[in-house]
Design a protein around this ligand. Structure first.
Ligand code: ADP
Length: 837
């Protein structure tokens, strides 16, 4: 800390004041002594003397009177009575003066009567007396009687003098005491001031930023604090350091000087200062003119903003880099202040497209549909309900003038100035849009092609089934003609091949129907145990032939009266059971069914098919459900199959809202499960499905009217029926069938649906409308290659009693005829679509 300031320190002032007080005390004391000696005491003396003279004067008259008394005795007595103060001779003979307080000397030169000589002339021994010489005149004669010298005692005067001296002394002591007290108070006051100045200096010294006190001409540094010395001044001659040297650029010093001359304070002037270690130092300089007791001075304070400046430089650099990078993008990028709505930054492509709008206010002035940078600068999307920025908003917009498409991403970010800004980046997606449209079109075309393929496949497989039906039927007929052994073998081969081909066709038909979106699921009430029983019955022969144990278990708590498309459900079960039997050489195949209510109206039922067969590798557990996936697909295939069964199962289960999966795959058998949520049925009507019953032999040979336009199919059906002992009349279309029915009696009509002129539906309508009740109630069974749900509905609505899907076996044909005859006129629906096979 600078000692200069301490020179003007209140401590030294204290010494001054102490000295002044001392001198004051000494001066006053000597003044009082002098006053006493030269003024007061002489004056007291004079006063006492005057008093003595006045007294003597008054006594002189009495003395003169007394002296004129002739009688000595009398005279003496009177003198004694009246002149207490007068020196009187008591014995005239001895001439001894009677010394009272006053000695009277009579001048003998004066002519005094002899008897006046009683008054002595001698000298008194009184040393401390005032002597008053007074002429004595006779009162009556005005004659001078003599000169009397009165000796008045100075005792009273001495006493007065000592009293005055005492008071005088007390006064001086009081003054000294008062001066001391004043000095003590001032001293205390000054000490306090000193302490406060000390602490101010300490505060100044420990300020966390550099501070100077410089001379008012800005030439000399008077005082500097520790920070200043740390950074700028050589410690040894801090005060001598000229201020100019502090500045890297003398111009900055000039600025300070100019401001000072204009009596302006400087507040935050940025300049570079020279430090003692030559490190760069950017300062924010402030100056204030202050009046000190010793004169004016300027206080300079410095805030170090070097780091801030460096950070700003880094930010500027990174901003430049950012700008360079963003400029080199093809995307449109701009930044806008969310509060002031001004565009803070635009990249090159943005400027090229919309012109340089930096600094302009953005969306406040935006008109709807206006093209330009503001046409896509709404903040709405990125502000939440509370007006706070939230997330990223991505949207597309079209530049109306160019017609180009952009995808815009809005995001709120914190800008370099700490404010929240809106960053918008838009990429030109015109090309993408075009490709998207093309893709969309291509997709639509592909979907249309796929649909066309599916429809084509469905149609083709459907159409192929008709001749296949003929082939299979004819082969069966051929087998009944007792061919030779070798011929039988060939015919059997044809039969097996055509049945396999039929299976494949059925699968393709199913799959393409599903893909073409033509799968229609029904919902009909059924008994779960009945359905399981029927399914098991259909596969039990094959299982027994292979020596496999086949069982099914239905958990007792499972809801049993349910709603589902039973045909499809049975198809899934039969597919899985058939596979299980097919891929198992020994052991058993089990069907486990369990479930419970999943809500008030539905039950979740799980079907599990377990076998002890060849198993499926774990890595195939998903893939196995794809079309045409077969584990055994090499040239030496051991198992027949299309590779479509599981794919169909999966699609059917999915269409029913369930899931199917392969459980615990491995080499030791397979477990397939599927789970469905099925509605609970209120009441299950008594409905005997044909395929679930044992074949019922017809009670008698029947008269069958066969309405079939396809000659081969008609031949097959006719032959099969005739071989079973029935009489068959063939009609080639619906109209013929009605005519024949009207002209003859028949027990049953087997009606093909698709026939020229009058089709099966129309013919049924007309038959049901016949007046003859025997004829109008005749059982009519539909013959069709495939029964779609809608068609079946139409059949039922037209009044048909059941269905039989082509190709049919003689047994199946027999059974349905028997059922129909037995339940003539019953309303039961006999559904024998091929999926129940
Ligand atoms: P397909 O049985 O007609 O070949 P699927 O789609 O029904 O067609 O089955 C596909 C393949 O999955 C079968 O070829 C077989 O390799 C395998 N697979 C299906 N079920 C089983 C099973 N229970 N055990 C072993 N492998 C099976």
């Amino acid at each position: 800390m600078n000692r200069d300031l301490l020179r003007h320190h209140p401590g030294s002032t204290l010494a001054y004041i102490g000295l002044v007080f001392l001198l004051l005390t000494a001066g006053m004391t000597s003044l009082a002594g002098t006053y006493w000696l030269f003024s007061l005491e002489p004056r007291l003396n004079a006063d006492a003397k005057t008093q003595a003279t006045v007294l003597a004067q008054s006594q002189s008259w009495i003395l003169a009177d007394t002296l004129l008394v002739q009688d000595k005795e009398q005279r003496m007595t009177r003198l004694a009575e009246t002149m207490d103060e007068i020196l009187v001779l008591t014995d005239p003979n001895t001439d001894t003066p009677f010394v009272n307080s006053i000695h009277i000397e009579l001048d003998n030169s004066l002519a005094a009567p002899p008897d006046r000589s009683v008054i002595t002339r001698g000298k008194t021994t009184c040393t401390q007396c005032f002597i008053s010489t007074i002429p004595l005149y006779s009162k009556t004669t005005r004659e001078l009687l003599g000169i009397a010298r009165f000796y008045s005692s100075s005792e009273f005067y001495q006493q007065l003098k000592s009293e005055v001296r005492l008071k005088f002394g007390i006064g001086i002591v009081a003054i000294i005491l008062f001066l001391s007290a004043a000095w003590w108070t001032i001293r205390k006051l000054l000490q306090r001031i000193t302490r406060s100045v000390h602490s101010q200096l300490q505060i100044f010294d420990t300020m966390p930023f550099p501070m100077f006190v410089v001379s008012h001409d800005l030439q000399r540094i008077i005082l500097s604090n520790r920070k200043t010395r740390e950074h700028f001044l050589p410690a040894e001659n801090a005060t001598e350091h000229p201020l100019l040297q502090l500045f890297e650029d003398p111009h900055d010093y000039d600025v300070l000087l100019r401001a000072h001359h204009l009596h302006h304070d400087i507040d935050g002037y940025e300049c570079n200062l020279r430090t003692r270690n030559s490190k760069p130092y950017v300062a924010l300089l402030s100056s204030t003119l202050v009046q000190f007791p010793q004169g004016n001075a300027v206080i300079l304070s410095i805030v170090d903003i070097t780091l801030q400046k460096q950070a700003e430089a880094i930010i500027t650099k990174s901003e430049e880099r950012f700008a360079t990078v963003v400029d080199s993008l093809d995307d449109l990028v701009y930044v806008a202040d969310m509060e002031s709505h001004r565009i803070l930054f635009m990249n090159r492509p943005m400027k090229a497209l919309f012109g340089n709008k930096v600094g302009e206010t953005c969306w406040k002035t935006v008109q709807q549909g206006q093209s330009g940078p503001c046409s896509f600068c709404s903040t709405d999307a990125i502000l939440d309900a509370g007006g706070q920025p939230s997330g990223v908003h991505v949207w597309d917009f079209q530049n109306e003038s160019t017609g180009e498409w952009y995808t815009c991403r809005d995001r709120a970010i914190t800008w370099t100035n700490g404010r929240t800004v809106l960053l918008k980046a838009a990429s030109n997606i015109t090309e993408l849009k075009r490709v998207q449209v093309e893709l969309e079109q291509a997709k639509e075309a592909a979907e249309a092609a796929s649909l066309a393929k599916s429809i084509f496949l469905a149609t083709m497989s459907h159409e192929i089934r008709t001749p296949m039906n003929g082939i299979i039927g004819m082969v069966r007929l051929l087998l009944r003609t007792k061919p030779r052994a070798d011929q039988s073998e060939y015919i059997e081969a044809i039969s097996t091949s055509s049945e396999q081909l039929m299976l494949l066709l059925n699968d393709i038909l199913d799959l393409s129907k599903i893909e073409a979106g033509k799968l229609e699921l029904e919902s009909q009430p059924f008994e779960l145990d009945q359905l399981l029983h029927d399914s098991i019955v259909l596969v039990q022969n094959i299982a027994h032939q292979k020596g496999l144990r086949l069982s099914y278990t239905l958990a007792s708590s499972t809801p049993k009266q349910l709603m589902a498309d039973t045909t499809r459900l049975r198809q899934i079960l039969l597919n899985l059971l058939s596979n299980a039997i097919k891929f198992t050489q020994q052991g058993h195949v089990s069907l486990l069914v369990a479930g419970e209510k999943s809500s008030a109206t539905t039950a979740r039922i799980r079907f599990t098919i377990i076998d002890t067969g060849v198993g499926i590798p774990p890595d195939m557990s998903e893939q196995i459900f794809d079309e045409f996936t077969q584990l055994d697909s090499g040239v030496a295939r051991r198992y027949e199959g299309t590779g479509l069964g599981l794919a169909i199962c999966k699609r059917l289960v999915t269409a029913m809202g369930g899931t199917i999966w392969l459980e615990s795959p491995g080499e030791q058998g397979s477990t397939f499960s599927f789970e469905l949520d099925l509605p609970l049925a209120q009441q299950v009507p008594v409905h005997h499905l044909l395929d679930g019953e044992a074949a019922t032999a017809p009670i008698r040979p029947c008269r069958v009217l066969l309405a079939e336009d396809n000659k081969i199919n008609s031949l097959v059906a006719k032959s099969l029926l005739e071989q079973s002992g029935h009489t068959v009349t063939v009609a080639e279309n619906g109209a013929q069938a009605i005519t024949k029915l009207e002209s003859a009696d028949y027990d049953i009509i087997l009606m093909d649906l698709h026939m020229p002129e009058v089709d099966g539906i129309e013919a049924t309508h007309r038959i049901r409308a016949l007046a003859d009740s025997d004829k109008s109630t005749i059982p009519i069974i539909a013959l069709t290659a495939d029964i779609m749900h809608a068609e079946r509905e139409k059949c039922l609505a037209a009044g048909m009693n059941g269905f039989i899907a082509k190709p049919f076996t003689p047994e199946k044909l027999e059974t349905i005829i028997a059922q129909a005859i037995n339940r003539k006129a019953s309303e039961a629906t006999l559904d024998t679509s091929r999926h129940a096979d």
